[in-house]
Ligand binder design. Sequence first.
Ligand SMILES: O=S(=O)([O-])[S-]
Length: 384
Amino acid sequence: MHGRPLLLRMTPDSASDDGDVDDDPDDGSADDARDEREPDPASTRRGLLRAAAGATVAGAASTAGCLGVSTPADVAARYEVSGNVAHFVGPSWLADNRGDVVVLDARNAERFREERIYGARRVPFDAITGRESSGAGLVPDVEAIAAAFGEVGVSPDDDVLVYGASVGSRVTRTAFALAALGHGGSIRALNGGLSGWNGRLGTGSRDRVTPTEYDPDPAESAWVTRDWLADRLGTFNGEGPGLVDVRAPEAYLGAPAADALNPDNDRHGHLPGAIGVHWVGNVSGRRMTDPGELVGLYENRAELDRSGTVVVYGDDNVDPTSTWLTLRAIGFEDVRVYDGGFGEWANVEGDRGRYPVETATSVVIETEGSVGGDDSSGDFSCTG
Ligand SMILES: O=S(=O)([O-])[S-]
């Protein structure tokens, strides 16, 4: 249980941009709306958190920078971490296996045209975040997602490597989208992102590929619905599943006037019983954070049970996939994404009593991380 006193410690890095790049920068999508909300100055964030939670706040600059890429095997050996960290691989793995994997670029179309790993293919991000209504709430639109992967010639048994500018939530959403289809081949992410790759590059419009008919075998245990959660209220992080809100602490706390609050949401706060662990702690200098630190964060401090079910949610269905892949990589067995997200929960029509929002009781676990800030060129910079 989470009877600990609330302690918040934010760093300038953890106040950085969420790492996403929109496919179409001006298409008016939810991504655009998020992008328009400027990252908070750390000082503002500290003030908000102190006011919202009466918390102890101690700023500490991260020393992470534009680090070289080390392979998960090296990292795992160093920290003697049990569990599968092999979703994350380094560029040397890709160089050795380039001919055997389909390489997918998770960045936007402009970046893809400018420069990419030679032979990489790109799936429109809007397609792989697609959702549809079920009687119980929003769920991944597996048919649309499968069609998008099929369009770029991905088959269910292909071994796939996904890369981005970093190992941000576009990369992890792409990985999740494949997992949601019940993808039979392996799914890996490139630690360090494109900047760590010194092999052959390509430019221009996408290369010709032969489309496939991707026949999905939906892995429904990869996600949960609004009603699945409503049925388990009062059990989270206790006798029931773990529940992690991956949004910035201000959003979790529903801090008044915080820039992190989504203006499209009718209500602010978090699902009752959820703990807040901001997803940016999963990434450090464009790499997965050291697994030993992640184990300390999620198992020791957040007190999540690696053998139980853990549900992660954000405002939408992109950022929580970072925590989904991270937890799986450090050995959590059953991690699920609430694909509707807080955006669905907060704005549900009709009887909102079944879908309450909480602000009074809060547990925020401090995180440090640097996904990479969005500099003036629209690319990612190492901010740590
Ligand atoms: O931000 S990203 O590395 O997912 S493109």
